[in-house]
Design a protein around this ligand. Structure first.
Ligand code: SF4
Length: 384
């Protein structure tokens, strides 16, 4: 397995996450902070988000801006442009900053893609989820497999040279063969970055009821593991490099924004329900969209649950998230940063995983093997 180790450096600049909580319809498995699109509320929300951005920055360096949701591509290109401009006015956004827009295929067309690009977006992340129409229907998604392929072509035609596609595995009624079909179609499409997620069914997800009603089931656990390994093997063979448990890319196309989450970085989450972590302080914004808008417009604070992490928590968090990277975590630099002897504290509990061959200690790096990634949660539990 190729390991991306040096393609990025730990960045001291901030990342900005901008939450857009609107969707055209609500998928039956989704528990993100989102609601149905409503034009009036959207207008007020964009104004509030712009105001929050302008009041949050004091010229600090920023090298990533990430529009997540919800479905941020439901905003007009001019609105995305307005929000990017607010980021540029309030922060020191670097000229080559990565600016990502999460996009749903059904919201895309050539004109909109041109518009988003002109507005300053330089990376698009499409929520494709599957290249099989039967699977997309079961998930309640609005697009078809062909629309996903067309949306990708539209983004390329608009000049985007950094496009990510998401796929979900372990879907209801999905066999390992169906999964491979989606992965192969994705490889034919040829994105620069791919995220592979396992469907997680939260308690009370409407999809659970639909599955019971329709008699749909998920493949056994062993098949889910096989899907993960087979998907990654196909992507390896197609020249992608795995750099994180769920993410692969072409050389140099890692998600620089998401890398901040795994390298002990700092980011500000702006918008309703967005989470922030900056220099060991964590907080989140109020989640209900209407309440967020009302608070911003009344000049009231939107941050709730502000918490200063202890040194131990910061270290544990750095190790826990860093282990998600294929290159692993530099234990010695984390130890220096937090003044703790990591091996002295965690060595005994880590050793059985090293003995089992799922965890490797290579100089200062501690990293999971690909088999180890299947049991990542067990290993990470050592740190929390
Ligand atoms: S489009 Fe995304 S955010 Fe919106 S409901 Fe579906 S999964 Fe959730």
């Amino acid at each position: 397995m190729a390991i991306v180790k040096d393609a990025w450096q730990r960045s001291s600049a901030l990342g900005l996450y901008l939450h857009v909580p609107f969707c055209s319809s609500i998928c039956n498995y989704c528990n993100f902070n989102r609601g149905l699109f409503e034009s009036g509320l959207k207008d007020r929300y964009v104004a509030a988000l712009e105001r929050e951005i302008r009041s949050a920055g004091q010229g600090e360096p920023v090298d990533t801006v990430y529009f997540g949701g919800g479905t941020p591509s439901l905003l007009e290109p001019a609105e995305i442009g307005r929000l990017i401009q607010a980021c540029r006015d309030a922060f020191g956004v670097t000229r080559d900053a990565e600016v990502t827009l999460e996009t749903n295929p059904e919201t895309s067309n050539v004109q909109r893609m041109d518009g988003f690009r002109a507005a300053g977006v330089n990376r698009v992340s499409f929520g494709v989820q599957s290249f099989r129409d039967d699977e997309l229907k079961r998930l309640g998604r609005l697009h078809s497999a062909d629309r996903a392929g067309a949306a990708f072509a539209e983004a390329r035609a608009a000049g985007f040279d950094n496009i990510s596609l998401d796929l979900m595995m372990w879907l209801p009624e999905q066999s390992t063969g169906n999964w491979s079909e989606s992965v192969n179609r994705l490889i034919e499409v040829g994105p620069d970055h791919v995220s592979l997620y396992l469907l997680e069914l939260y308690p009370n997800a409407p999809l659970k009821e639909e599955m019971a009603r329709a008699g749909w089931s998920q493949a056994p656990d062993e098949d889910a593991a096989e899907m993960y390994m087979a998907g990654l093997a196909a992507l390896d063979a197609a020249g992608y490099e795995q750099y994180e448990i769920s993410n692969v890319c072409r050389t140099g196309r890692e998600s620089l924004h998401n890398v901040k989450y795994w390298t002990d970085g700092s980011w500000l989450g702006l918008g309703c329900g967005a989470h922030s972590t900056r220099d060991g302080v964590r907080w989140k914004n109020v989640a209900p969209t209407g309440e967020y808008v009302a608070r911003v417009m009344a000049g009231q604070p939107v941050a709730v649950d502000v918490r200063t992490m202890t040194t131990d928590e910061r270290l544990e968090d750095a190790l826990f998230t860093g282990l998600r990277l294929a290159g692993g975590v530099d234990v010695e630099s984390a130890a220096r940063r937090y003044g703790v002897d990591v091996w002295g504290r965690f060595g005994d509990e880590l050793q059985p995983f090293i003995d089992a061959g799922v965890l490797l200690r290579e100089g200062p790096q501690l990293r999971l093997t690909r088999e180890g990634m299947l049991v990542a949660n067990e290993v990470m539990r050592v740190f929390v």
